[in-house]
Ligand binder design. Structure first.
Ligand SMILES: [Fe+2]
Length: 239
């Protein structure tokens, strides 16, 4: 399965349109948003229309919950507060109801989980490896291999195997089958990593570069051929 993951669209219709054109080209099995659909930019209602038209599901971001009126922007800075109150006035009651009903977090596939900020709170920021390592234990299920998150507007990959497996930049990354990850696709509508291009990611849970095969049969063939036992044994352990 291939999932296009987008986050922090923040009412940026221009960025979302460009991202969806690219998604269309990549033809994933589904598209999922990690929240903050609205706030900051100029097209909240239009962005929601595009999401509805494309049947893109989402979880709730900290701006969504304020813009729909469930919370007030008491913790927002002045600019975010002004934009959230502006957004509230431009959303229909129906669209506010839609935002109000967004789930806080969601399992989007077998062993792939989605949160906005962190597994503890939509307002938390996972900014570095230490933050990510602390969050693994708060995932609702130990079998979760990939936790997708947004909120920081910074693309990142953090592995439970430590710094040598971390990347915090764009590109293609092979995920090791044995490792667990926190992955941030970056922001569609308000990137904050010094690159003004819209950001997103494609998660392919079948493209980790490792393919299972009948190891036992291969081992038996080695033994049947009279080759050293060691050659069969090393197939079993992969070393
Ligand atoms: Fe955001």
């Amino acid at each position: 399965m291939r999932f296009a993951i987008i986050s922090d669209i923040h009412s940026n219709l221009h960025a979302l349109t460009a991202v969806l054109e690219e998604v269309d080209r990549l033809k994933p099995d589904s598209i999922f948003s990690l929240g903050d659909l609205v706030g900051y930019n100029a097209f909240p209602s239009e962005v929601l229309d595009v999401l509805f038209q494309n049947k893109i599901t989402s979880i709730m971001g900290n701006h969504d919950i304020v813009c729909c009126g469930l919370e007030n922007p008491i913790w927002f800075n002045a600019v975010a507060r002004e934009a959230s109150l502006w957004t509230r006035k431009r959303l229909s009651e129906e669209k506010k109801r839609y935002l109000c009903k967004l789930p806080n977090e969601k399992a989007i596939h077998d062993r792939i989980y989605a949160v906005h900020g962190s597994p503890m709170s939509r307002d938390d920021y996972i900014m570095d490896l230490m933050d990510a390592l602390n969050c693994f234990q708060h995932l609702p299920d130990k079998s979760i291999r990939i936790c997708l998150y947004g909120h920081t507007h910074l693309p990142a990959i953090y592995s439970d195997q430590g710094p040598s497996h971390d990347t915090a930049h764009a590109g293609k990354h092979l995920l090791a089958t044995r490792n667990r990850y926190f992955i941030n696709p970056g922001s569609v509508g308000q990137p904050r990593d010094g690159d003004n291009r819209a950001s997103g990611c494609l998660v392919d849970d079948g493209e980790d570069g490792r393919i299972e095969y009948d190891v036992t049969a291969a081992m038996k063939s080695v033994l049947k051929a009279g080759l050293p036992h060691f050659l069969a044994e090393r197939l079993q352990v992969g070393a």
